[in-house]
Design a protein around this ligand. Structure first.
Ligand code: MEV
Length: 430
């Protein structure tokens, strides 16, 4: 059998035709013909598959799928599929992964996959006594929750703990909230959690002498957190007229802005989510859940702030870290139903939800670095110019090889406007 190539570095990948890019992937990862077809989006998600996913289906909706290169997470290379409509994100992640690679790659970790199911109990006459009654029945309740999902039980997952909170100040007065802590293994876990919450409700009503109202998971998955760290060697930071120190200190000052100001933190964290969401979507996971968790976590100390941190080590290298909830799975839901999500998981070679979470948080950190590096130096617009110029060239009517040529001229002239593009096209036709 032909030796497979290894690793996440593929030089000149961006210059290749799409078929050749797929061939490069083919040399690295063993995917079937059907899996490659799923990546290309042909047939992608079939209508009959879509019909089983949501209601009132009339079609499917496509987005670009790109591969971010150069990623090394915990010493292992990984090809990163990203689904996103925004230009520069895939290129930015790949470029930053290259700089980080020079410093040893990303170190990442994930906590055990423990999620929280919430049960709200109303009409409790004596909240402190009800709280104790529930806590006294902790073993019984956990044992009941363990029997709910035999598959999870067999895999070593299941209930871990029970917490009872009294919410004193609310618009309807005091009530109880029970948290069931549940290890969902390699699943995102929403179904297991919601089922468990519903199943425990009648017994909780008896124990508390109250009425169980909401029974639903919490998206503030603060017990299922992923963390990534990276070091960028100082020398890697210099470019054009910008010195390495200037770039490093500029990035740290940009982070300080986000750490101190919620208006900036929202945009800063949006940049992180450009990377995070793109992989979450590519792998068929619930990006709204991850978004909700991220922003709630960013505000967990009462003031919304940056999810990442940047500084320097004692040798002057740039160091960054990111910590955020990461409720993603590799089994269940769309991760298995959507053919491209399945192929993407295989392309990444991830065999646990924890590894997927570690890669995703590393991509988030890379994306954050890409944005801060650009903002702290030349500004964000320059990197967008080439792609923007191509879009303007297409809109002006350029075709085939004209597109690149026209885009290049628009960038050189620093006038990226459709009227100028049309003028140039006309001059070529004379
Ligand atoms: C754009 O999609 C993301 C940025 O605004 C992030 C940031 O400002 O850090 C560039």
């Amino acid at each position: 059998m032909e030796e497979r190539q290894q690793g996440s570095r593929i030089s000149g990948f961006y210059k290749l035709h799409i078929e050749d890019r797929l061939n490069e992937l083919n040399q690295r990862v063993e995917l079937s013909v059907e899996e490659f077809a799923a990546l290309r989006g042909s047939p992608g998600l079939r209508l009959d598959q879509a019909e089983h996913m949501i209601e009132n289906v009339v079609g499917t909706y496509a987005l670009p799928l790109g591969i971010a290169l150069n990623f090394q997470v915990n010493g292992q290379d990984v090809l990163v599929p990203m689904v996103i409509e925004e230009p520069s994100v895939v290129a930015g992640a790949s470029f930053m992964a290259k700089l980080v690679r020079a410093g040893g790659g990303f170190s990442a970790s994930a906590t055990p996959p423990e999620m929280i199911a919430q049960m709200q109990i109303l009409d409790v006459a004596d909240p402190p006594s009800a709280r104790l009654a529930i806590l006294e029945a902790r073993q019984e309740l956990l044992a009941e929750a363990l029997e709910i999902d035999p598959v999870l039980k067999k895999l070593g997952g299941g209930p871990r703990d029970l917490e009872v909170r009294i919410i004193e100040a609310s618009p309807i007065g005091p009530f109880l909230v029970v948290h069931l802590i549940f290890d969902v293994r390699d699943a995102m876990g929403a179904n297991a959690l919601n089922t468990a919450a519903e199943r425990l409700a009648p017994r909780l009503a008896e124990l508390s002498k109250g009425r169980v109202h909401l029974r639903i998971l919490s998206n503030l998955a603060d017990r299922r957190v992923a963390r990534a760290r990276c070091t960028v060697p100082l020398d890697e930071l210099a470019f054009e007229d910008f010195s390495a120190q200037e770039v490093r200190d500029g990035i740290i000052a940009a982070w300080a802005f986000a750490a101190a100001d919620p208006y900036r933190a929202a945009t800063h964290n949006k940049g992180i989510m450009n990377g995070v969401d793109a992989v979450v979507i590519a792998t068929g996971n619930d990006w709204r859940a991850v978004e909700a968790g991220a922003h709630a976590y960013a505000a967990r100390n009462g003031r919304y702030t940056s999810l990442s941190a940047w500084g320097k080590d004692d040798q002057g290298n740039l160091v960054g870290s990111l910590e955020m909830p990461m409720a993603v799975g590799i089994v269940g839901g769309a991760t298995r139903v959507h053919p491209a999500a399945r192929a993407n998981l295989k392309l990444m070679g991830v065999e646990s939800a924890a590894r997927l979470a570690e890669v995703i948080v590393s991509v988030g950190l890379a994306q954050n670095l890409a944005a801060l590096r650009a903002l702290a130096t030349e500004g964000i617009q320059r990197g967008h110019m080439g792609l923007h110029a191509r879009q303007v060239a297409i809109a002006a009517g350029a075709q085939g090889e004209q597109i690149e040529r026209l885009a290049e001229q628009l960038v050189n002239e620093k006038v990226i406007r459709i009227d100028r593009a049309q003028e140039i096209l006309k001059s070529w036709q004379r």
